[in-house]
Design a protein. Structure first.
Length: 147
């Protein structure tokens, strides 16, 4: 996608000249532009977990994130400030492996919500952080009605 904006002053309008033409061009190929800058970029696993957590909460059918360890067999929904506790991120040679521990809304299809979760998190991490995804695993820790 290429967006272009050109502003040309009309020569018949006082104070304008044909030389005042400006052009602004934006492209989606920002990675190429950024690769010209020397240096490297490293993204912490906590940042990847935050991006994955916010992407997961945007999915229909997800009530919230849960801690990976169940206490007394009950999944407790984590507050938004502690989302990364419900996500495990491991970096490997093949890419990043993300484990999501979620609570699903009662009455929704668990398989459809899980597929939507995988797609949404994969897109967010690939688009925002430009990381290679090895796998995204969904662990349903509980089912709850929305309040």
């Amino acid at each position: 996608m290429c967006l272009a904006y050109t502003r040309t002053e009309h020569p018949s309008v006082p104070g304008s000249s044909p030389q005042s033409e400006r052009s602004i061009e934006m492209t989606e190929d920002i990675k190429t532009i950024k690769s010209d800058i020397p240096g490297g970029l490293s993204i912490a696993n906590d940042v990847i977990a935050d991006i994955a957590g916010y992407a997961a909460l945007e999915c229909y059918g997800v009530v919230g994130m849960a801690a990976p360890n169940l206490q007394d067999g009950i999944a407790k929904i984590l507050p938004r400030a502690r989302l990364r506790r419900g996500i495990n991120v491991e970096s490997g040679e093949a890419g990043v492996r993300v484990d999501l521990f979620v609570v699903i809304e009662y009455g929704t299809s668990i398989s459809a919500v899980s597929k939507n979760l995988v797609d949404n998190v994969t897109f967010a991490l690939t688009d925002l952080a430009s990381v290679t995804i090895d796998s995204v695993e969904v662990h349903v820790q509980g089912v709850k009605t929305r309040n």
